[in-house]
Design a protein around this ligand. Structure first.
Ligand code: PEP
Ligand code: MG
Length: 597
């Protein structure tokens, strides 16, 4: 029977395909006595050979798709697979206990894990997850069970899950993942951001999609309207196939428009930049005619790998982006781990309240080894293009000064060693903590630019967790408190004569374009997929009217009334039917209860 579910459309477009249900799978390990130990050993050898082939293939694929540094994890796994001591131990235990080989392997992993986790040395703890991963691969071969991974899907599929971690999404098969549908998560979660970056239609916050979907069911994901249809009837299917064709044609037409100037109708330039997570997204940015990268979330280099990326590996990644876009600007944001992005080897996920915890710049200031290596890599890349550096989650002046002192140290160090870097490099901060808004005038004197991170600013000013779908209806970009904070930040920057852009998801929602321009923001940075739509909208905006709108909105007190006003004006100007990427757009019909219609 057809089921229609409502959620939050976070990445536009329509995907239709068979479901791949993804979740944490537990393997049932049998225990029995064996007579033929040689046959058990042969089974083990066979399983190891199959895992070796898989790992080599994954390493190759990952290196082609995401670059060598992301493929390193498989090098480590291959080394563990060939570890002679582990192999000898398995053989000895098989010989002494006479139990089946999957039981012996599982037992050995459990014992090793326990010992390694109890050690103080972080290098051993880092290896635990790798050992577990390799062990699960061997067990799944022995048990003939499919191992879950999004890295290499067997056929084009729609990924259906209760939840997806950003690290799972970051390694998703870009060829075969047609769409994403999850029970949980909000519009500015990093899984949602990645889906947009990879241009995979996605709907999150569906509540029941995981429990209602069977593997192989036909699924329609309508990321533009925030809807998912399970097991559609013929008529529904035909309708969505038609909608999909129409949307794709519209999108093509938008992209085909000769690069229109990123300016208002009356000629005020407002550059539109791309937000990227990985160097592979550069091509999307260029396709969308981005005028630079306004936010490079460098922490994605640190996810899905066994060890920290070296300074040289980071340099390569930053340089690749800087060179590809030069002379256009590239804003490299320093490591923003924590919140909903975790690198397993740094063990940040153990906090009770990670969004308010040891996140981003707080972590970097406590780990100068990691921070300085990243700054060195960024500074070295600065001579290969037009690079600027930006810091996340700055909450006050003292913190900003501490950060600048570290930058100063690193520059001095590079100078002494004769390493080239741009001594005029611009250094700025994100404004994403309410306290930073309060002291924006002071911060502006220490910075070359501001970029407002509304994803976090909304979360922290409204006290609404950005990844929690239960309160997604309370995550309100049009809340008057949020808009006043944007206005105050923009004013402080203007008074200090520094640019103030915006790089939260709000910048990619055309419903807000006129207002943001009217509030004085000097650039808009967004997922590449949103650029053509926002630029088309920008061409409809007149600066004098935008400023008048901003003044009017700043006198209003209700989120609902502001949203209605913005949507009305947007609809009046609207030049295209759909393919809107938005965190406001579908909220009009967004039923706060969510779930099944
Ligand atoms: C933000 O908070 O608005 C932002 C752009 O940074 P991130 O989404 O990576 O936290
Ligand atoms: Mg942020």
């Amino acid at each position: 029977m057809e089921i229609s579910l409502r959620g939050i459309g976070v990445s536009p477009g329509i995907a239709i395909g068979p479901a791949l249900t993804f979740g944490v799978q537990s393997l049932d390990i049998p225990e029995y006595q064996v007579q033929d130990k040689a046959a058990e050993l042969a089974r083990l050898e066979h399983a190891i050979a199959a895992v070796r082939t898989d790992l080599q293939r994954l390493r190759q694929l990952t290196s082609e798709k995401l670059g060598d540094q992301h493929a390193d994890i498989f090098k480590v796994h291959l080394m563990l697979l060939e570890d002679v001591t582990i192999r000898e131990e398995i053989e000895a235990q098989l010989e002494s206990d006479g139990l089946n080989v999957e039981y012996v392997v599982n037992d050995l992993i459990a014992r090793y894990t326990k010992v390694m986790e109890s050690l103080d040395d972080p290098r051993f703890r880092e290896r635990t997850q790798d050992l577990v991963d390799v062990g699960r691969r061997i067990l799944s071969k022995l048990l003939n069970a499919d191992l879950e991974s999004l890295e290499h899907l067997d056929r084009p599929s729609v990924v259906v899950a209760h939840d997806l971690a950003p690290s799972d999404t970051a390694k998703i098969d870009l060829v075969n993942a047609l769409g994403i549908a999850t029970d949980v998560s909000g519009p500015t979660s990093h899984t949602a951001i990645l889906a947009r970056a990879f241009e995979i239609p996605a709907v999150v916050g569906l509540k029941y999609v995981g429990s209602h979907t069977l593997p192989g069911d036909t699924v329609i994901v309508d990321g533009t309207r925030g809807r998912v249809i399970l097991r559609p009837e013929e008529a529904t299917l035909s309708r969505f196939i038609e909608d999909k064709k129409r949307e794709e044609a519209e999108r093509k037409a938008l992209l085909a428009v000769e690069a229109r100037p990123s300016a208002t109708q009356d000629g005020h330039d407002v550059p539109t930049y791309a937000n990227i997570e990985l160097p592979v997204e550069v091509s999307h940015s260029l396709k969308a005619k981005a005028q630079g990268v306004g936010l490079y979330r460098t922490e994605y280099l640190f996810l899905n790998r066994a060890t920290l990326p070296t300074e040289d590996q980071q340099f390569e990644a930053y340089m690749e982006v800087a060179e590809a876009l030069a002379p256009a600007p590239v804003t490299l944001r320093t490591l923003d781990l924590g919140g909903d992005k975790f690198a397993s080897h740094l063990r940040l996920a153990d906090e009770i309240n990670p969004q308010l915890g040891w996140r981003a710049i707080r972590f970097c200031l406590e780990r100068p080894d990691i921070f300085k290596a990243q700054l060195r890599a960024m500074l070295r890349a600065s001579v290969r293009g037009n690079v600027q550096i930006m810091f996340p989650l700055i909450s006050g002046l003292d913190e900003m000064r501490r950060v600048k002192a570290v930058v100063h140290d690193v520059c001095g160090d590079l100078e002494r060693r004769g390493v080239a870097f741009d001594p005029e490099i611009k250094v700025g901060t994100m404004i994403e903590v309410p306290s930073a808004v309060e002291v924006a005038a002071h911060l502006a004197r220490e910075c070359d630019f501001f970029s407002i991170g509304t994803n976090d600013l909304i979360q922290y000013s409204l006290a609404v967790d950005r990844v929690n779908e239960k309160i997604a209806h309370m995550y309100q970009p049009a809340h008057p408190a949020v808009l006043r904070m944007i206005a105050r930040t923009s004013k402080a920057a203007k008074e200090a004569k520094i640019p103030c852009g915006i790089c939260g998801e709000m910048a990619g929602d055309p419903v807000f374009t006129e207002l943001l321009v009217g509030l004085g923001l000097t650039s808009l940075s967004m997922s590449a997929v949103a650029i053509p739509v926002v630029r088309a909208e920008l061409a409809n905006v007149r600066m004098s009217l935008a400023r008048r709108l901003a003044r009017r909105v700043l006198t209003m007190g209700s989120n609902g009334e502001i949203k209605a006003l913005l949507q009305k004006r947007f609809k009046e100007r609207r030049t295209f039917e759909s393919y809107q990427v938005g965190i406001s757009g579908d909220f009009e019909d967004w039923d706060s209860e969510g779930g099944q219609e």
